[in-house]
Design a protein around this ligand. Structure first.
Ligand code: SAM
Length: 439
């Protein structure tokens, strides 16, 4: 009985988070984080996360399937019930939860909304889907949005950007991303930490390109990771772990991390190069600073954190040039859709030129702060050329004192003047890096 209640609570939690994303435009991470204290059991949290991510991952397809199952459109006031149906459909098609349990739990979920009248409707709709599943799935194949489970603008943009890889990119966006760790190799070797993991009952493997990265075979809660509270390890994708070695800060240097929260790369820079002189971290969103500070505190690291706008250098720059600058720019996030499927719902085609303009302003503002001979690393977790190679190329054309430092690597694709990783390649997120030196 208690177990049944737990599952129902997790489903209700997923439903509320989805309502917040789909109808208030909030990010899924925010919607889940805001409610996380309501679910104390890690299994409940796991189920709620899996269901809400799953529904958003397949949303355009679930919408099309439900459209085919209904005899008439649902009323606007029943948008919560529509999400209940999506949760049921997702579980029937994409999980190993036994269908009878899916039906019973989904009907019970409708009842928790105070819509007891809808129990028969939800039950009948999901039973109808079970009966006609094959015909419905065949019928929706003709519609690329439903079949590929991406909005039309994004399918078109990715097709144009990656004519040879677009199908792999869209497929990767629908996959579950691995949980990847970054070991603080100043404290212990990756090999040693793999042993600690094995002793704690977790299996994982060393990542191919990032020296401190481990991919776990199965995700787990961070509390279950040996030494997490003590700062021996952090959660960070392997592509994100390439930033610190690409920037390669040296002892005694002044380093700027211009877009820092939640501090994954900030922390890695400090672990990677503990002998740098100072690390200034900027973040303009005050709500994101506490998370950055908590991360640094857990890891026992220190940076000069400023809540400031990177493009308004007169407000915060002390006039001393930096030898290294990391610009991990705000972007469309199209390289991390597999981790944040809400991006497909929240982003619009018009966001891309707006973001590219901000990225351009950032590079323009920060370039004068770089010392002669210093290095600036531009990074995005985007797969779109407008935010990546096109932007970096324009920057180069406009700055005769900027010279490309070619990233010669065995990962990703050369996209002059930078390098692009596509999502899931070598188990990494989609990332773009370009490196410039000042002459
Ligand atoms: C891609 S995220 C950075 C991720 C971070 N480097 C990490 O590895 O954890 C970009 C960050 O830049 C911040 N940001 C956006 N515009 C900014 C600006 N004009 N000045 C400073 N920070 C900005 C965003 O709030 C966001 O936290």
């Amino acid at each position: 009985m208690a177990r049944k209640k737990t599952k129902l609570r997790a489903r209700g939690f997923a439903l509320q988070a989805l309502l917040e994303v789909l109808h208030q435009g909030h990010s899924l991470s925010r919607a889940l984080a805001e409610r996380s204290t309501a679910l104390s059991d890690p299994r409940e949290q796991g189920l709620a996360g899996e269901l809400s991510h799953g529904v958003l991952r397949w949303l355009p397809q679930l919408e099309a399937i439900i459209g085919k199952c209904l005899h008439r459109p649902m009323k606007a006031r029943d948008r919560d019930l529509r999400i209940v149906l999506m949760l049921g459909t997702y579980q029937l098609l994409h999980t190993r939860i036994p269908p009878h349990a899916v039906l019973a739990e989904t009907v019970a979920l409708a009842e928790t909304l105070g819509k007891g009248w809808a129990k028969g409707f939800v039950n009948g709709t999901l039973r109808g889907l079970q009966r006609q599943q094959e015909q419905i799935l065949t019928a929706i194949k003709a519609d690329p949005v439903a079949n590929l489970a991406h909005p039309a603008w994004l399918i078109d943009t990715i097709k144009e950007a990656w004519p040879e890889h677009w199908q792999a990119v869209l497929k990767a966006n629908l996959a579950r991303a691995p949980m990847t760790l970054r070991v603080n190799i100043q404290r212990q070797s990756r090999k040693h930490y793999l042993q600690r993991l094995a002793e704690a009952g977790h299996s994982g493997r060393a990542a191919s390109h990032a020296k401190a990265a481990i991919h776990l075979d199965e995700p787990c809660s961070v509390q279950a990771l040996p030494g997490f509270a003590e700062g021996d390890v952090s959660v960070q994708d392997a592509a994100a772990q390439l930033a610190a070695p690409l920037l390669d800060p040296q002892a005694g240097q002044r380093v700027l991390d211009a877009c820092a929260a939640p501090g994954g790369k900030t922390a890695h820079l400090l672990e990677y190069a503990p002998a740098i002189k100072t690390l200034t971290t900027l973040e303009y969103d005050p709500e994101r600073i506490p998370r950055l500070e908590e991360n640094l505190q857990r890891l026992g690291l220190q940076a000069d954190t400023l809540c400031a706008d990177a493009t308004k250098t007169a407000d915060w720059w002390d006039g001393q040039p930096y030898e290294r600058i990391l610009v991990d720019a705000p972007c469309s996030g199209t390289g991390v859709i597999r981790r944040h499927p809400d991006i497909k719902v929240l982003r619009r085609a018009g966001d891309v030129p707006r973001l590219a303009h901000t990225q351009h302003l950032m590079l323009e503002a920060l370039w004068p702060l770089l010392a002669q001979g210093g290095v600036l690393l531009y990074a995005t977790c985007s797969t779109l050329p407008a935010e990546n190679q096109q932007l970096a190329r324009n920057f180069l054309q406009q700055h005769s004192d900027a010279k490309v430092q070619i990233i010669d690597a065995s990962w990703g694709h050369a996209r002059a003047p930078g390098r692009q990783i596509l999502p899931s390649e070598d188990d990494m997120d989609g990332f773009f890096y370009a490196r410039f030196q000042k002459h």
